[in-house]
Design a protein around this ligand. Structure first.
Ligand code: AMP
Ligand code: ZN
Length: 411
């Protein structure tokens, strides 16, 4: 779907070198350059990008394997791993880009929202870096970066609707400009990726030969392919709430109770792989997908009723780790086809956390001259930070009832 401007990291070393030397030449002629740094959760990422969105160099260290073994993110462990890796990751991105510190126009870094201890490492590193090299600093909102990434890959004009679903977030917003968002709905408890990670842990999927090295969400998607979702019926959350907020904790409770019941029936201890894991995975995935789809459907109808989307090519952008899920994408496609929206999902590599999306957000801000700081004394990180203007109450008040829509995926 996307034509990548950026392929420097995909080729051989010879190919890469050629691309970089051509880029270096073009860079001298025109483009400003941004270093982007991401440490808000469990990825240490850095990337150097030019003003056209060309990735000149990038590097990423994922902590996922470590956290998979401990059964979730331990903030002090995440902090230690960010501290151990950030210097190397930034150096690698710079070296791969062939850019020197003095050639950078600005440094953009995630400062909100996220884990305090993780954000702190990226911010400290960045503030030292900009002080040492005398560069402007661009503080980045992590969700804003997720929402804008699609514009690096193709020209998507404002306004567009955005759905962000990941391990830490779940929200629907209308993007009206690079720093202008209307928040239509958000999770009231946990994020869908977190729910699937917890269900996967409760099912001990780490013991499953197909799933030992992958995230809970991925494991559920893989197992669901061979499962029958109709063997377990989970009640969709918030059916009587005509808003765009999400809730996944109650659903997880239903899944946990079904797992307990099955363990009793099969006479096995918690921690044993159940014979029906595929069916549970399929039913869980369908319930998560349906809930996301219904809230998104309502958000589309709300935007249409309030004339918030353009009549020409109205677009839904979906991003975040959970957006990699093909089943969820297919269910969302049913919703966008029915409502006449264009569905855009960046490739998985750009849906998950990385330095590239932060560098791109820096580029967007640099182009518009927004939020570029030459003094950083006041800058701090913010673990909690809402995205845009919260109009969830207005959405609730509109109480839009959904027309019937069959959310049935056929392969
Ligand atoms: P992020 O929070 O954006 O780094 O993405 C990580 C989250 O996405 C984790 O909770 C994963 O379980 C979830 N995830 C990754 N791949 C998939 C997938 N294919 N299906 C569902 N969830 C996924
Ligand atoms: Zn994220």
């Amino acid at each position: 779907m996307f034509a990548f401007k950026a392929s420097a990291q995909q080729g051989t070393h010879m190919f890469r070198a050629k691309i970089l030397s051509k880029c270096a030449f073009r860079r001298k002629m025109s483009s400003r350059l941004v270093l982007g740094i991401e440490t808000s959760c469990d990825e240490t990422g850095a990337a150097v990008m030019d003003e056209t969105g060309l990735i000149l160099g990038e590097s990423l260290h994922s902590q996922k394997e470590v956290h998979l073994k401990t059964g979730g993110i331990i903030p002090t462990v995440a902090q230690r791993l960010h501290r151990e890796n950030i210097g190397r990751i930034v150096q690698e991105a710079m070296e791969r880009s062939g850019v020197t510190q003095s050639q950078l126009s600005a440094v953009a870094t995630t400062v909100k929202p996220g884990l305090a201890l993780s954000l702190g490492i990226g911010l400290d590193f960045s503030l030292n870096f900009v002080k040492l090299h005398q560069k402007p600093f661009i503080p980045i909102h992590h969700m804003e970066a997720h929402a804008l990434t699609v514009r690096m890959l193709q020209p998507v004009v404002f306004p567009f609707l955005v759905l962000l679903v990941s391990g830490g977030h779940s929200l629907l917003a209308l993007a009206r400009g690079i720093d202008d968002f209307l928040l239509l709905g958000q999770t009231l408890d946990e994020a869908p990726g977190d729910t699937m990670d917890k269900v996967a842990r409760r099912l001990s999927l780490i013991k499953h030969p197909k799933c030992s090295m992958i995230s809970g969400g991925q494991a559920i998607e893989i197992l669901a392919r061979d499962g029958n979702r109709l063997k377990f019926l989970f009640k969709p959350p918030m059916g009587a709430h005509y808003d765009c907020n999400f809730s996944f904790a109650g659903l997880r409770n239903q899944v946990t109770m079904s797992i307990q019941k099955k363990e009793e029936e099969e006479g096995v201890e918690q921690g044993t792989l159940l014979s029906c894991v595929n069916d549970i995975a399929a039913a869980t995935q369908h319930a998560v997908a349906s809930h996301i789809a219904k809230r998104t459907h309502r958000a589309i109808l709300f935007c249409k009723a309030k004339d918030l989307l353009p009549s020409c090519n109205p677009t839904l952008v979906v991003s975040g780790g959970v957006a990699s899920n093909q089943y969820i994408r297919k269910i969302l496609k049913i919703v966008t086809d029915t409502t006449g929206l264009h569905l855009l999902c960046p490739p998985s590599k750009f849906c998950t956390d990385n330095g590239v999306m932060i560098a791109w957000n820096g580029v967007e801000r640099l182009r518009e001259g927004k939020g570029i700081l030459s003094h950083t004394e006041e800058v701090n990180y913010e673990p909690k930070a809402p995205l845009g203007v919260n109009i969830t109450a207005e959405v609730k008040e509109a109480a839009i009832k959904l027309p019937p829509l069959k959310l049935r995926v056929t392969d």
